[in-house]
Design a protein around this ligand. Structure first.
Ligand SMILES: Nc1ncnc2c1ncn2[C@@H]1O[C@H](COP(=O)(O)OP(=O)(O)OP(=O)(O)O)[C@@H](O)[C@H]1O
Ligand SMILES: [Mg+2]
Length: 317
């Protein structure tokens, strides 16, 4: 089998405890892949290690064991192939919106003239509807506008992979919605590979092709990969009208509310196989409505997952 575009192989990260006498194992021996052009979301409770995975993928942190191969290369440091959008935007406060994007463009294209760099930066600021505000400094912009500058800056270097750590979580619902729409439009145009962390189940269902469910930590693991069974062309307004929406949503909520903790407390729960099972929640066909039919039409569920999934099916009605 050929390797995935992003291949996470036996990834382990431990940090020394503050006492210096013990170690915290955030996660151990993680294996999963993200295909080229795929949009993968990670969901899990606070502290399970989501940002740590993203930071290792970005090349900003190193694993204790294992490695990540991205676009055929061993990740060993930051690369312009992988742009990061942080929750806190991380803009240079002394530079204007334009200056922030230009700085990134000039690092990508050191040979370009100032005029070329400016034109390219303006193109991406226009894409996130910030033309007209390009000379403002971060302090003069709203939270949503700052986040947009961060997105423009990441996109302007035209990376092959976009890594996003809860990029919209600090925003109000309206701004979040319009930025999600912009991300969908830009992504449809560029077909970039995206790895995104979110706490928002609906955001994951709107944006992602697949959703990685992480158990609670320490020693967190990817319990399963949920394939998004909604139609590819989907909008926020129509999401809840799709037959598969509630089975999917209930599955994710059920994981977050009960299974993420229950699995973490059960040492037997972690399967020995390297590939997390792929689950495809769907609305049960009418003839199966009264039977205990697992929702997953793909790979058979691991035995320890089956009862929870049936419960989710029943909850979905
Ligand atoms: N540099 C560090 N030194 C020591 N411990 C760390 C360090 N970075 C992260 N940790 C620990 O690793 C664990 C995972 O942290 P991480 O930031 O990856 O969690 P997360 O899943 O992103 O959480 P959240 O949803 O709150 O952002 C936490 O227990 C955290 O305290
Ligand atoms: Mg985090």
């Amino acid at each position: 089998m050929s390797k995935a575009f992003i291949s996470v192989e036996g990834l382990t990260r431990r940090f020394p405890e503050p006492s210096g006498k013990a170690e915290l194992t955030v996660f151990e021996d993680l294996w999963f892949g993200v295909e080229e052009g795929e949009f993968a979301c990670v969901i899990g409770h606070s502290g399970c290690g989501k940002s740590t995975i993203l930071n290792i993928l970005a090349g900003l942190d190193a694993p204790t064991a294992g490695h990540i191969i991205a676009a055929g290369k061993h990740v060993q440091g930051p690369s312009l192939d992988r742009a990061v959008i942080f929750q806190g935007h991380a803009l240079m406060p002394w530079l204007s919106a334009l200056g922030n994007v230009e700085l990134a463009v000039s690092s990508r294209h050191p040979g370009w003239s100032r005029a070329q760099i400016r034109a390219h930066a303006m193109k991406y600021l226009a894409l996130v509807h910030l033309d007209g505000s390009e000379l403002k400094k971060p302090a003069q912009l709203s939270g949503g506008m700052r986040q947009r500058v961060g997105i423009a800056r990441a996109l302007a270097i035209e990376p092959r992979m976009l890594l996003m750590d809860e990029p919209f979580s600090a925003l109000d619902a309206l701004t979040r919605g319009s930025l999600q729409d912009e991300v969908i439009a830009i992504r449809n145009a560029t077909r970039q590979t995206v790895f995104m962390i979110t706490h928002d189940v609906d955001e994951a269902l709107l944006l992602a092709d697949k959703i990685l469910l992480m158990t609670n930590g320490p020693k967190a693991w990817v319990a399963e990969i949920v394939a998004n069974t909604l139609p590819k062309e989907r909008t926020r307004a129509e999401l809840h009208k799709q037959p598969n929406y509630y089975p999917l949503r209930n599955h994710l909520i059920d994981f977050l509310v009960t299974r993420s903790r229950a699995l973490a407390l059960d040492p037997e729960a972690r399967p020995s196989n390297r590939n997390p099972p792929v689950i495809r929640p769907t609305a049960a066909p009418p003839h199966a409505a009264t039977s205990h039919h697992p929702q997953s039409a793909g790979q058979a569920p691991a035995p320890h997952l089956a009862s929870a999934r049936i419960a989710a099916t029943q909850a979905a009605g």
